[in-house]
Design a binder for this molecule. Structure first.
Ligand code: MG
Length: 341
């Protein structure tokens, strides 16, 4: 089995602004594994604040030798060996995990949602992120997002209430709020959540800095809305200690090294009574379609990453009428989009 990779820069439709940064592109790596004339596709999407880059991913891929594994179906052997090559590089590892899953599914002529025993008609609606911007632009973006059943808003700056009121001046669609660790004081965070609970908000993602677990547990006991961990959870080993601190976890392929571990995280979280959410970075339809294979298992999906870019080289799982919509194509359900590089 051979591994190929090349850098690809995702171009965003709008500048993407969160509590800590703003950008117009996301660096990515597109990966292919090939054997027996079958190609499996994978992707690493690497927003700069997470510490990976096209250079670190390329250096990682150069150390991966898939030819030494006799049986490409043995993911339980291959993926731990790749994981052991370095402590980080989670997006690069995810790219290989996705490509191997895609290859196996194509070889078996079955989509992964079927291999996992899931009902594709149970795929959830996905939230769509309304980026931070001027009130005029926020109103315009909100109107343009009319097909989505849930909108997501990034808070954690000093104009949180203004942004919510701006969206509420246009629509009553349920909102989810991602504070991206932006609230440092638990008392004022509680007051903010109580205010948001009266404005049809479904849950709060990562309200407080990841170091403030005790404050987050305090907040959870009093919060009228569920609290979902994002920055506090990366991999399977992080899940168990979050029970009692958060109500749920946001699982992303680029954080957790891919589909294999994401599936295990969902299983563990459910056993612990935690809600589950599948999230993403800005990604092409490759990684989004991979995550979508798992989506019938989770409570909430936030898989809008491919909708936020204008140079998606893939066709895959889509969003129809706000709902994640899986196809019956094998593997992760993607094909190359005809008109792109
Ligand atoms: Mg988040």
């Amino acid at each position: 089995m051979t591994l190929r990779f090349r850098p690809y820069t995702l171009e965003l439709n709008h500048a993407f602004t969160i509590a800590t940064s703003s950008r117009t592109t996301t660096p990515a790596m597109l990966v292919e594994v090939e054997r027996e004339g079958v190609i499996g596709y994978g992707e690493a999407a690497m927003p700069p604040y997470l510490g990976e880059s096209q250079e670190t991913a390329a250096r990682f891929f150069e150390r991966v030798d898939l030819s030494r594994f006799a049986d490409p179906y043995c993911l339980e052997e291959i993926l731990p060996a790749i994981d052991a090559l370095s402590p980080g590089n989670t997006a690069a590892k995810a790219a290989i995990d996705i490509a191997l899953h895609d290859w196996i599914g194509r070889r078996l002529a079955a989509p992964w949602h079927r291999i996992w025993g899931l009902n594709k008609h149970r795929a959830p609606v996905t939230s769509f992120t309304i980026g931070i911007d001027t009130p005029e632009v926020v109103r315009e973006k909100t109107r343009a997002a009319a097909q989505y059943k849930i909108l997501k808003v990034k808070l954690g700056r000093d104009n949180d209430e203004e942004l919510i009121e701006t969206i509420r001046s246009v629509t009553d669609t349920p909102l989810t709020v991602d504070a991206n660790q932006g609230w440092r004081d638990r008392e004022s965070a509680l007051r903010k959540i109580e205010w948001l609970a009266r404005r049809n908000v479904l849950f709060i993602e990562q309200p407080m800095p990841k170091e403030q677990l005790e404050d987050t547990a305090w907040l959870r006991e009093r919060s009228p809305l569920p609290l979902i961990a994002d920055e506090n959870v990366q991999r399977l080993a992080d899940v168990a200690r979050l029970a009692g601190v958060f109500d749920g976890i946001n699982i992303k392929l680029m954080k957790c090294t891919g589909l294999r571990e994401a599936h295990a995280m969902i299983t563990l979280a459910r056993a612990l009574g935690l809600k589950t959410m599948l999230g993403c970075m800005t990604e092409t339809s490759c990684a989004i379609s991979a995550a979508a294979q798992l989506s019938p298992l989770v409570d909430w999906a936030d898989l809008d990453g491919a909708l936020l870019i204008r140079n998606d080289p893939f066709l895959g799982a889509t969003v129809v009428d706000g709902r994640v919509t899986l196809n019956d194509h094998p593997g992760i359900g993607v094909s190359r989009r005809p008109s792109t590089r």
